[in-house]
Design a protein around this ligand. Sequence first.
Ligand code: NAP
Length: 284
Amino acid sequence: MKIAVIGAGGQLGSDIVKVLQGTGHRCYPLAHRDIEVADRESCAILRELKPEVVINTAAFHQVDACEDDPEKAFRVNAVGAKNVAEICAGIDATCVYISTDYVFDGTKKEGYVEEDPPNPLNTYGISKLAGELYTRRCPRHYIFRVASLFGVAGASGKGGNFVETMIAKARRGEKIRVVDDMFMSPTYTWNAAEVLLKAVEQGIDHGIYHLTNGGSCSWFQFAREIFTLLGLEVDLQPVSSAQFKQKAIRPRYSNLNNQKLKHLGLKPWKKALATYLREKGYLS
Ligand SMILES: NC(=O)c1ccc[n+]([C@@H]2O[C@H](COP(=O)([O-])OP(=O)(O)OC[C@H]3O[C@@H](n4cnc5c(N)ncnc54)[C@H](OP(=O)(O)O)[C@@H]3O)[C@@H](O)[C@H]2O)c1
């Protein structure tokens, strides 16, 4: 298949491109300099390439910054998705949109399934839900909701990812305070990329899927596991989100139930974390 990857320089996009290298598919990696999803004319490159599948990982996903600049959030996450989906529909391509656990309000404790009604609490989540709705207008579409990503490339604009932030703080000998009342499903981008591509290759039914590593934890529990695996002694204390003021409201429980894709090889999050730490050379 001919597969275009938008956001190819990003954390998830770069792993999708790398996973594709080991397959017989032809990959067109599109970095931000190659395509601006918010600009319809720029998206015309997709018409020239005529891929059979377009994977759109581009996003403005700094959650607090989205509150300050909702226009940009909608330009990139919603109008960008619309531009890509419309071109995909026109060239008969499958449109793949990467969405987020933040489309949910976090009141359900036992893990959201795909059929649960979204109810985003912040501008980022609202703009991504709008992106999902535009993507659904393309007859062949997949929406993969991911969460709390960690990948070798690190997220642009976020200065890496949570795992790297924790390791850097520990190395500086800082006191580390992490919220213990917000729960999510940490997800390794390499494993997500492998399973996403398997799902597309197998031609599973079009629609929405939760693409996360198995299980869930609080951000504090996630940090503790990082330090346990690395054998690091750190001054780590749990705090409540009330003590850690942030601009955007965040869902308290955004755990995603990955049952629909688990059989394609989604690992439990602790295993995925250990694999990441080995990949980065922190563990042998
Ligand atoms: N990171 C998370 O924890 C998380 C959680 C839930 C959902 N997600 C979703 O997962 C997807 C991938 O996230 P990620 O962590 O891989 O993000 P990332 O590392 O920031 O990668 C996004 C890529 O898209 C590019 N991009 C940004 N705006 C663009 C635009 N307007 N037009 C074209 N390209 C653009 C970026 O390029 P520049 O850096 O050069 O601008 C970057 O290479 C996103 O859709 C995000 O909403 C992420």
